[in-house]
Design a protein around this ligand. Structure first.
Ligand SMILES: Cc1cc2nc3c(=O)[nH]c(=O)nc-3n(C[C@H](O)[C@H](O)[C@H](O)COP(=O)(O)OP(=O)(O)OC[C@H]3O[C@@H](n4cnc5c(N)ncnc54)[C@H](O)[C@@H]3O)c2cc1C
Length: 135
């Protein structure tokens, strides 16, 4: 049996470990902190729970592909959120809802960014090219 050592138990390390195990490797993992998960962790304080990093799946198809490749059953069902989440900026009272639908999103930000739709289309076009070139 081949051995593999993975440094770090974040999502990258954990998913790689499952993929390698599936391919017959004996996997050893090393983590500098007391618990696995890397940035995928929570902080509990004064009755509140804070996500340290990921809160939702923005690229759920990656997980679907991973589950298939690792040959494990899908451990949960995806539920699409609408709005995706909400944000508050310092010195403003409004809570902004972040929608996937760009027209709804443009409407949410119309007071601060009147050309939102035009600008987001430009941004998504260039970001999309970058994403597809590097994926
Ligand atoms: C604020 C924030 C919000 C985010 N929100 C989302 C979201 O909503 N949805 C989403 O999909 N993604 C989100 N992300 C991105 C997501 O959190 C990361 O892409 C993902 O967690 C990274 O996983 P990783 O395994 O690459 O790295 P990490 O999670 O950083 O894991 C690396 C691990 O390696 C360990 N390590 C490093 N060096 C050593 C060493 N020398 N010896 C031993 N151990 C070591 C670390 O302690 C850590 O456990 C967010 C990120 C941030 C910062």
């Amino acid at each position: 049996m081949k051995n593999a050592i993975i440094i770090g138990t974040g999502l990258g390390g954990l998913t790689t470990a499952l993929r390698l195990s599936r391919r017959g490797y004996k996997v050893h993992m090393v983590e500098q902190y007391h618990q696995a998960g890397g940035r995928l962790n929570q902080l509990k304080k004064d009755g509140y729970t804070f996500d340290l990093a990921p809160s939702f799946f923005s690229m759920s198809y990656e997980f679907t592909e991973f589950v298939k490749d690792a040959e494990i059953p899908m451990p949960f069902e995806f539920i699409e959120l609408d709005p995706l989440y909400s944000v508050n900026f310092r010195d403003t009272k409004k809570t902004y809802k972040i929608f996937k639908d760009l027209d709804k999103l443009a409407n949410e930000f119309k007071e601060v960014e009147p050309h939102f739709r035009e600008n987001i289309d430009k941004y998504l076009d260039s970001a999309g090219k970058f994403f597809h070139d590097t994926n």
